[in-house]
Design a protein around this ligand. Structure first.
Ligand code: DGT
Length: 131
């Protein structure tokens, strides 16, 4: 299963959402996105997921990282894309949404599959570099 996720940075903060009750990895924070449907390309999947979850246009950019993770019952390949949004996200499914600083990313609970991406992001300079 292939999952695409959007890494959206604004003013040094990253858009993250919280997985809801009753789903795999409930209560964990994540980068918005979801499964790629059969026959769909990654960019189309990202646009669709961000529209469905957050009612916002998404412009996918650079592929930052591809990583695989085995869960008990499934193996996922996660592809993280830098994205820009055309508007303000609005939680359509009642999920918590937060703009997290680099430090927050180190504190919030993310799935282990996200570890490498979070390290990468926390090491990266912010827009315009660090002061
Ligand atoms: P659906 O349509 O309700 O079956 O679900 P989707 O397409 O929204 O996808 P979902 O959320 O069930 O699957 C994403 C899988 O990837 C899930 O097992 C959790 C895992 N995952 C790990 N890290 C991340 C992340 O940072 N973002 C996202 N979106 N998923 C992540």
């Amino acid at each position: 299963m292939i999952v695409v996720a959007a890494v959206v940075e604004r003013a040094g903060r990253f858009l993250v959402t919280r997985r809801q009750h009753g789903v795999h990895l409930e209560g964990y924070w994540e980068f918005p996105g979801g499964k790629v449907d059969p026959g769909e390309d990654h960019q189309t999947a990202l646009r669709r997921e961000l529209r469905e979850e957050l009612d916002v246009d998404c412009e996918p950019g650079e592929l930052m990282l591809t990583t695989a993770h085995d869960y008990d019952d499934r193996r996922i390949t996660l592809c993280f894309y830098r994205c820009t949004l055309g508007g303000t996200p609005r939680a359509l499914l009642g999920q918590e949404v937060r703009w997290a600083t680099r430090d927050d990313l180190g504190q919030l609970r993310f799935p282990p599959a996200d570890d490498e991406l979070i390290r990468l992001v926390r090491r990266s300079p912010g827009e315009g570099g660090r002061a």
